[in-house]
Design a protein around this ligand. Sequence first.
Ligand code: HEC
Length: 146
Amino acid sequence: MRRRIGWTAAAAVLLLGACGRGRPPGDAESGAPAEASGKPVQAAAVGKLPPGVSNEAGQQGQELYLRACVMCHGENAGGTPLGPSLTDREWLEGNGSFEEIIAVVREGVATPKQFEVPMPPRGDGTFSDEQIRAVAAYTYSIANPR
Ligand code: HEC
């Protein structure tokens, strides 16, 4: 009996996962908000990482992005009413260099130029220097696709 319940749950998870993957890329705007619908939230693939950053750190940065940035910068980092696009190569804060992105993530943006709500420092407020570096490397990479 237990096993049967387990299989049902596993099948439900698989089905949910399949739905999320079946969505066409760049379809983030259509349909209900990703969190509410239970679909996996998408993040842009890791692009060209800054020199000296490992692929593992880039992957970690992608996970951190989904944890602490996606709600404002959006799926695939295309921007939302709470935060600007990170892929348009237009920079409101800094110049888009790896070092400046690290600085923006570390300090946050207390007084945004074009948005109402400040960006918090250190991701969700708890990011270590290493995590800041990883998420900044990922952010750099999606602004500079391969
Ligand atoms: C509460 C919403 C919010 C969250 C969460 C947030 N940001 Fe931001 N982000 C902003 C706003 C607002 C700005 C400043 C835009 C402006 O100056 O008008 C900004 C600016 C930036 C910039 C500079 C963009 C540019 O065009 O110059 C980068 C890079 C950035 N954020 C990355 C991140 C990363 C990485 C995370 C997660 C660790 C994150 N942000 C989390 C709202 C947010």
